[in-house]
Design a binder for this molecule. Structure first.
Ligand code: AMP
Length: 184
């Protein structure tokens, strides 16, 4: 790792793909972080070290479709707690609650199983990236509708210029992110 901080090390393994999936979008591709065994461990540990402390330990991790599943499931496993998926509409088989929201590109509806969390559960909500914050806000609302308390939102990347992280914090959700990308 030479003299890089953990955040710089992780940042160096995020690939920017210009104009994908549509012109004007700088897609921040996190797959190179997962592909390298050593980087993957540094990434997961950055989350696990934060949430293993007794005062920050969640009861359950909720992951946002789809890259939030990759991260969230591993973090939950390492913390020895359960994982629940918040999925795009039409994928969950049991009874669900749903929420529709605007994306950076397009709009989407996400769903959560009605028995995914219990009233009063402390939930850590995970995705790979926060852009406009719409996805994480929708996840927060679903979990709260079931009576859970979303203690923190976590992501690898924040795009602060899109205002999503600010909006989420203003809505009362503390956030933990590892890498900021300015310049949209
Ligand atoms: P948002 O709801 O606008 O905060 O968008 C966050 C969701 O969209 C996350 O699940 C990301 O995976 C995806 N996303 C949005 N913008 C980007 C981007 N520029 N690069 C990579 N993923 C993105």
């Amino acid at each position: 790792m030479q003299n890089l901080t953990i955040n710089q090390y992780l940042r160096a393994h995020i690939r920017t793909v210009p104009d994908w999936p549509t012109p004007g979008i700088q897609f921040r591709d996190i797959t190179p972080l997962l592909q390298d065994a050593k980087v993957f461990r540094v990434l997961i540990d950055a989350f696990v070290h934060r949430y293993m402390d007794a005062d920050r330990r969640p009861d359950v991790v909720a992951g946002l479709d789809a890259r939030g599943f990759i991260l969230g499931a591993v973090v939950a496993y390492e913390l020895n707690i359960g994982f629940v998926p918040i999925r795009k509409k039409g994928k969950l088989p049991f009874t669900t609650v749903e929420e529709t929201y605007e994306l950076e590109y397009g709009s989407a509806t996400v769903e959560l199983h009605t028995d995914a969390v219990k009233k009063g559960d402390k939930v850590l909500l995970i995705d790979d990236l926060i852009a406009t914050g719409g996805t994480m806000m929708a996840g927060k609302k679903l979990l709260e509708r079931l009576g859970a308390h979303v203690m923190e939102g976590a992501a690898i990347v924040d795009l602060p210029e899109l205002g999503g992280s600010e909006k989420l914090r203003e809505a009362g959700l503390p956030l933990f992110t590892l890498v900021d990308f300015a310049g949209h």
